[in-house]
Ligand binder design. Structure first.
Ligand code: AMP
Ligand code: MG
Length: 347
């Protein structure tokens, strides 16, 4: 089955930047890289450790945690905790794990802030549009309006005190594809830290979280692909530490029907897939925030998207929107302050 977590290609380049002599370490650390398929995409870890044994121990533990998250948050595994919750839709409150509670509380926060432009109850609509992409034909209007009846963050009740979730209508379907990869990247970084690895990068498709910079550098240099990324070098490079960056858009997942380009991102308020071409890059203090914000900023008009970013602590965004054959760029207030890198910083 095609997973909705799938992203056809990693859209960011990951490069260490060199600023010799900025950090003095007593212990020599080497660079190690690990990669495994998880959540329907490549899960990549780059870390600095004193030796191969400690690097492998730390990354094994991080991947184990990611497998655990997948078993809780995945909407394409029938056996996941999330799908079990969905099967109980229309019934009473269901006790959920700490992970599912945290992600759903955060999702509800963004749903309220965006009055439903970001909404993880959009599952029934996402499924219809995914089918539309596979068949290259628009969803049936009757089925679309039936699906819309099951969508709405006001139909999901998350109770932090009792650690329960109640889905009001039978047939409701949650989809965490816009937020769970960022959360998984945060959790993987936390496990690496527990294993003594303080300098690491975790990349899950277009969602990247980093801890301290590589030894002797000021940050992890991350290239942001241009709107039409095929075969082109990134136009912007960031240099990040203890932060996350997510890039989202329709560059890889879209369908063109009747000359109109439809994205894999849906506007849950209308039931329609987003049209036109846009690439959004969000920097935030953690991956769950950058992941959710970049999807939300794809649905909102650029002005509302920038307002949302500016009102989120520590967040910054760059939005590039295609206008005919050219493009328009929008920057949030803090974008200017995000440390920039350059290809020449590559060692
Ligand atoms: P991302 O690549 O992080 O932008 O996430 C996109 C995925 O999130 C889609 O493939 C859907 O599974 C899901 N999704 C699409 N539209 C929305 C939306 N408006 N709110 C929440 N999740 C969405
Ligand atoms: Mg997202």
């Amino acid at each position: 089955m095609i997973s909705k977590w799938y992203r056809a290609a990693v859209i960011c380049l990951l490069l260490p930047s060199a600023y010799p002599g900025t950090l003095a370490r007593t212990e020599r650390l080497d660079r190690f890289e690990f990669s495994q398929p998880h959540m329907g995409t490549e899960f990549r870890i780059v870390l600095y450790a004193p030796d191969a044994r400690r690097a492998a121990q730390a990354s094994d533990a991080a991947f184990k945690r990611v497998r655990e998250l997948d078993s809780r948050l995945s909407d394409y595994r029938e056996t996941s905790e999330l799908m079990s919750l969905c099967r109980q839709a229309g019934g009473g409150p269901v006790k959920v794990s700490d992970d599912l509670l945290r992600v759903l509380l955060e999702a509800q926060k963004f749903a309220e802030q965006t009055t439903g432009a970001f909404d993880v109850t959009a599952g029934p609509l996402v499924r219809l549009w995914r089918r539309a992409r596979r068949r290259s034909e628009l969803p049936d209007p009757v089925r679309l309006s039936q699906a819309r009846e099951l969508v709405g963050f006001d139909k999901m009740h998350v109770d932090e005190r009792t650690q329960t979730v109640r889905l009001a209508k039978p047939g409701m379907l949650l989809d965490l594809g816009a937020i769970a990869k960022g959360y998984a990247a945060d959790c993987a970084l936390a496990v690496l830290k527990q294993h003594g690895v303080t300098s690491a990068l975790v990349a899950v498709g277009g969602d990247i979280a980093v801890s301290a910079p590589p030894p002797g550098t000021r940050g992890w240099v991350i290239g942001i692909a241009s709107l039409d990324s095929r075969g082109k070098l990134p136009r912007h490079y960031l240099s990040l530490r203890d932060a996350a960056v997510s890039t989202s858009g329709d560059a890889q997942q879209y369908v063109e029907i009747g000359g109109v380009r439809y994205s894999h991102i849906i506007d849950p308020r209308t039931g329609q897939a987003i049209q036109g071409r846009r690439s959004v890059t969000v920097v935030a203090p953690n991956g769950m925030t950058s992941d959710a914000l970049d999807t939300a900023a794809n649905v909102l008009d650029p002005r509302s998207a920038l307002e949302l970013i500016d009102s989120t602590e520590g967040a910054a965004a760059l939005i590039v929107q295609a206008v005919g054959q050219s493009s328009r760029t929008f920057e949030s207030k803090r974008w200017h302050h995000v440390p920039k890198g350059a290809p020449r910083d590559v060692r």
